[in-house]
Design a protein around this ligand. Structure first.
Ligand code: MIG
Length: 813
């Protein structure tokens, strides 16, 4: 029989719903408090703070005082910006050296214009309701394109898409209609006719970005917390990325081994299996730097333990692996098993480190270890405690940690912690609902900082699944539980490109696919592509077919060996790009759009990418496919494999049999390649060859490259132990000159006897190289200084001694 519950009251209808939204209302007064401008409206206020001439923060608040604290995403900003303020009858105008912000007094809508008065961004009035939801609409012209938002499904351009930021463990196949995955980066980049700006909503609760529902506007909203928005001016896309990363921080230069090839599986079950795996890599001469230990290494999934039967001697195992040049990265989840006899649990309870329900009891959730408690990383003292616990791993020789399930993922209907669980938040308690998206990042921050303390000057490596804006300061990100689907291989490209535009340069998918069964062909094509992704790990799920590089017979193995080896040969260049990313925030893997923002052919180009500025990668991502269309932007592009030169600004059809992934290098560029190594931190011989593409014997030809090097593992580079080698190539009518020099010779000595210079497809045939003997290729290969010309491939190879004072080669043409 029904009770009263059956006769439930109405929900609000549409009309009522609309009436419930409040607006800030008309302008009442302008106040200034230090560097903060406060615009009082009839029903609320906006605080505006200029962080630079091209970046400002606007926070909506109620009441007298504004709370200007930020989340941990935002680095402390300082410095005075000179702003002129003018109050007119209908507007208040703030003007910096680069932009003006125009507030409409009738409703406090806000526009950003350049100094000529051309509109850049238009925000309609912010609205809120009694449930604490807030949103604003922004003008969207027909030429709009959208990027950023971190780890999202679908294509590169987010126009027509709608996403939610709510860190979620999604094991179900990642398809275009999935609005939230593991990471939340509430940064939207809006590009109109090649001009870009960014909007970053610093809110770690749920946020929504809707570029779909309205024809002429897009909408950014949040469910709880503050509407705390940063406007980041371009107009170049690169400016937006570099300014956004000056706000939320940049990745530190990772240890070189972290950018090698990594091998994982859920799980390598015991010590013998791990050692056998490492020996197989070495026996088969397939380069590898890291093996991962997934959850089975632990004693019944208790973090900070090893299973005593499966791994009786972790220290011995670690030592043997290190002698092979291989490191271990174990998984660490946030859930701490509820077990009265387990030290970490005891300590956590005794010292009050676990998240509690509002009523005061510890919050428990079900995860792998069974009933578990969760450290409250919002408390600095708890983060420090957790970080210290990693001494358990570092004492065993471990330098890298893999954080999983840190959304946090919990096996219940909501898939996460109860929304009313409380976080201490260093004395400003907030609900889990308000802080959800920041939990995983705070776990990785605690881990990174703990490792830094314990590693005695060695660089740590942290890999995370969940994150929030700024995660790049602490961890690399992998894109979670994809599947061995061709569609997921293809989707990894736009996903990782947008992560790069969102400040996260160190990212990649599980190569080969995690769930479902991979195939020989899929693993080949995915490894070819993955060899150029910033983060390069093969990982697969329990119960799926084996996915190690030798799992599909010799032919497959040979191709995988070749491409993994190629990554190692490109290591000097890759490491250089990681260094650039650490300095300027620009990604290693880039959409073509970043370099060619005015080319209409690349606004949604989702199946090709650039490594740095000049290396174009066009993977094959469909089965039984031996040709694909490749778009080459302006300039001349040289086929990496054949040397054939193609005019750009058009599409070409690339021939790509199974062993070939199409790659092109832009004429006029230089790329440093090193020797093939079995692990990235093998520094025994750092011989390097500078490959110069399309050099021309004409006065307007110039190419330059700077090679950054250091010991690859320590922080000594921050104290100056680094080497920078600048190379220039200059054309002339009768000669072409290659010159090079070290910027502070001796600050860091690289182990190397020789330098190589290879000119690919020069416009000329060399007659002589001043001071250098013409040799056979055999003599060059044997290490003699000299030069040789390959008339068939049109390549000039030169080899010289590497001297601290640098040098110069003059090629007579
Ligand atoms: O619920 O640790 O995304 O990489 O192998 C699964 C087991 C938990 C999810 C991760 C995956 C990892 C797996 N983990």
């Amino acid at each position: 029989m029904d009770g009263s519950a059956a006769i439930k009251p109405d929900k609000y209808g549409q009309v009522h719903e609309q009436a419930l939204w409040q607006r800030i209302g008309a302008f009442e007064a302008l106040e200034k408090d230090g560097e903060t401008y406060i615009c009082r409206g009839a029903k609320g206020s906006a605080a505006i703070i200029f962080l630079s001439d091209d970046m400002f923060r606007v926070k909506i608040f109620h009441g007298e005082q504004v709370d200007l604290s930020s989340t941990v995403a935002v680095l402390p900003q300082s410095g005075h910006v000179s702003v002129s303020v003018a109050e007119h009858a209908e507007q208040v105008i703030f003007r910096t050296a680069l932009i003006q912000v125009v507030l409409d007094k009738s409703n406090l809508s806000l526009a950003v214009e350049d100094l000529d008065g051309q509109l850049i961004m238009q925000q309609h009035p912010v609205e809120w309701n009694a449930r604490g939801e807030m949103h604003a609409s922004y003008a969207m012209p027909t030429e709009s394109h959208f990027y950023g938002l971190g780890e999202k499904t679908s294509f590169l351009d987010k126009r027509g898409e709608k996403y939610t930021n709510w860190n979620t463990d999604v094991y179900a196949p990642h398809v275009p209609e999935i609005e939230a995955l593991y990471e939340s980066i509430p940064l939207l980049i809006h590009m109109v006719e090649g001009r870009s700006y960014g909007l970053f909503l610093d809110n770690p609760g749920r946020s929504d970005f809707d570029m779909r529902s309205h024809e002429t506007s897009f909408k950014i909203g949040c469910s709880t917390g503050a509407y705390d928005l940063y406007f980041i001016h371009g107009p170049q896309l690169k400016d937006v990325v570099s300014r956004y990363t000056s706000l939320t921080g940049r990745m530190d230069l990772p240890p070189k081994w972290a950018i090698g090839y990594h091998q994982s599986r859920y799980s390598y079950m015991n010590q013998q299996e791990v050692l056998e795996l490492a020996r197989t890599f070495r026996a088969k001469q397939i380069p590898c730097d890291v093996i991962y230990l997934d959850i089975h290494y632990m004693d019944e999934y208790r973090v900070f333990t090893f299973d005593p039967v499966r791994f009786p001697d972790p220290k011995g195992m670690m030592e043997e692996l290190r002698s092979m040049g291989i490191r271990i990265v174990p998984i660490v989840d946030p859930g701490v098993k509820k077990d009265a006899k387990y030290k970490i649990y005891q300590e956590g309870v005794r010292e009050n480190h676990f998240v509690k329900k509002m009523e005061g009891d510890i919050y428990f959730g079900e995860v792998w270890p069974g009933t578990s408690a969760f450290p409250d990383f919002t408390e600095d003292r708890t983060a420090a405690w957790w970080g210290d616990k990693h001494k358990y791993y570092t004492d065993l020789g471990i330098q890298g940690i893999w954080n999983d399930m840190n959304e946090p993922a919990i096996f219940n209907e909501s898939k996460t912690m109860d929304l009313d669980a409380m976080h201490g938040n260093n004395g400003k308690p907030l609900t889990h609902e308000e802080l959800h998206n920041i939990y995983g990042m705070l776990m990785s921050k605690a881990t990174y900082e703990g490792l830094c303390e314990q590693l005695d000057g060695q660089r740590p490596f942290v890999l995370t699944r969940a994150g929030y804006a700024g995660i790049q300061r602490y961890a690399a990100v992998w894109t979670g539980d994809n599947r061995s689907f061709w569609e997921h291989m293809a989707m990894a490209m736009p996903m990782v490109m947008n992560m790069g535009l969102s400040g996260i340069p160190f990212a990649g998918p599980d190569i080969g696919g995690f769930a479902h069964d991979t195939s020989s062909e899929l693993l080949i094509r995915w490894t070819q592509m993955g060899a150029f992704f910033p983060y390069c790990r093969n990982h697969s799920a329990i119960g799926t077919v084996r996915q190690e590089p030798w799992s599909f017979g010799e032919k497959t193995e040979a191709i995988l060996r070749e491409y993994i080896g190629l990554r190692y040969r490109f290591m000097p260049h890759l490491y250089n790009l990681f260094h650039d990313a650490a300095v300027n925030g620009l990604p290693v893997l880039r959409p073509l759009l970043l370099e060619y923002p005015n080319d209409p052919n690349v606004t949604n180009l989702s199946d090709q990418f650039l490594i740095g500025e000049d290396l174009l990668i066009a993977p094959v991502y469909r089965p039984d496919t031996t040709h694909r269309a490749v778009y080459l932007p302006e300039g001349t592009w040289i086929d990496y494999w054949t040397g054939e030169a193609h005019a750009g600004g058009r599409h070409i059809l690339a021939h790509a049999p199974l062993e070939i992934m199409p790659m092109y290098v832009k004429a006029g560029s230089i790329i440093a390649e090193g020797l093939l190594k079995q692990s990235a931190d093998d520094t025994a011989n750092e011989q390097v060859t500078f490959h110069v593409y399309g050099a021309a014997a004409s006065a307007d030809f110039a190419a330059a490259y700077k090679l950054y090097e250091d010991d690859g593992v320590s922080f000594a580079h921050q104290q100056g132990a680094r080497s920078e080698l600048a190379v220039q190539v200059a054309g002339g009518s009768e000669s072409v000159t290659v010159s090079w020099s070290y910027s502070s010779p001796g600050a860091f000595r690289v182990n190397r006897e020789q330098l190589g210079f290879t000119l690919h497809q020069p416009s000329f045939v060399p007659k002589a190289v001043a001071g250098l003997a013409q040799l056979s290729f055999d003599a060059l290969g044997a290490g003699q200084a000299g030069w040789a010309w390959d008339a068939v491939k049109r390549e000039l190879h030169m080899q010289v001694a590497d001297r601290a004072e640098g040098g110069q080669l003059e090629i007579t043409v």
